[in-house]
Design a protein around this ligand. Structure first.
Ligand code: HPA
Length: 236
């Protein structure tokens, strides 16, 4: 069933087996133009730009996902099931909910708690724990160590709400050791795990719910580059 309703690619092999997934489609364009060799655009449907190029001789794609679990749920499902994508690496931002996770830090989601109902579709007789691919997690932490980039690995919260009616809701997750809040990882992990694909979520901390600190555009660019240095090495 290609092209799919949301990705306008009608041939196999156009999208690489490894896809980097920023939320913002213009970020995907920037990554393709800045980091990839010979990038070719493969998607414009809904302006959710996607590109394939090479990095150090390895084929790699980058595509926007939009914000939130329904949106990344759609794109990751189509990439896995209709285009044979094997490695899905979200590169995004998150808000810290721990004192010792500072703005500009890089957090890798080993697991993703959630307040969403995404897992309901599986009708499980219990509570599912969405987790990253060990293979990608190990490789990402090895690359970070080699490059001397400090990363914090742990549980993140994938939230359905950015503007929570209860401004203190995050504190209960913080008590459980959750590191940061974002809005996509849990759905990505569930789709990948259900289908036997590999997923990882690498995040830069853009703000802190603990200290209310924000990052400047310039600071975001530096950490963003470090996150990209890790993510790009995950192409196989
Ligand atoms: N909440 C949810 N998603 C986010 C945040 C946040 O505070 N910061 C960056 N992405």
């Amino acid at each position: 069933m290609i092209p799919t309703p949301h990705i306008g690619v009608s041939e196999q092999g156009i999208i690489a087996e490894t896809v980097l997934l920023p939320g913002d489609p213009l970020r995907a364009k920037f990554i393709a133009e800045t980091f990839l060799e010979n990038p070719v655009q493969f998607n414009t449907v809904r302006n959710m730009f996607g590109y394939t190029g090479t990095y150090k001789g390895k084929k790699i794609s980058v595509m926007g996902t939009g914000m939130g679990m329904p949106s990344i749920g759609i794109y990751s499902y189509e990439l896995i099931h209709f285009y044979g994508v094997k490695n899905l690496i979200r590169i995004g931002s998150a808000g810290s909910i721990q004192e010792d996770v500072k703005v500009r830090d890089i957090v890798i989601g080993m697991s993703a708690s959630t307040n969403s109902n995404f897992a309901r579709q599986y009708d499980l007789p219990g509570t599912y724990a969405p987790n990253a691919s060990w293979k990608l997690l190990k490789k990402a932490t090895d690359v970070a160590k080699e490059k001397g980039i400090n990363v914090t690995v742990g549980n993140v919260l994938s939230s359905d709400v950015f503007y929570d009616d209860n401004p203190d809701a995050w504190k209960k997750w913080a008590k459980m050791g959750v590191l940061a809040i974002e809005m996509e990882a849990a759905a990505l992990y569930m789709n990948a795990n259900r289908a036997g694909a590999n997923a990882l979520c690498i995040l830069t901390i853009s703000d802190s719910l603990v200290t209310h600190e924000l990052t400047s555009a310039e600071e975001r660019q530096t950490t963003f580059t470090q996150m990209m240095e890790i993510a790009l090495e995950l192409a196989e």
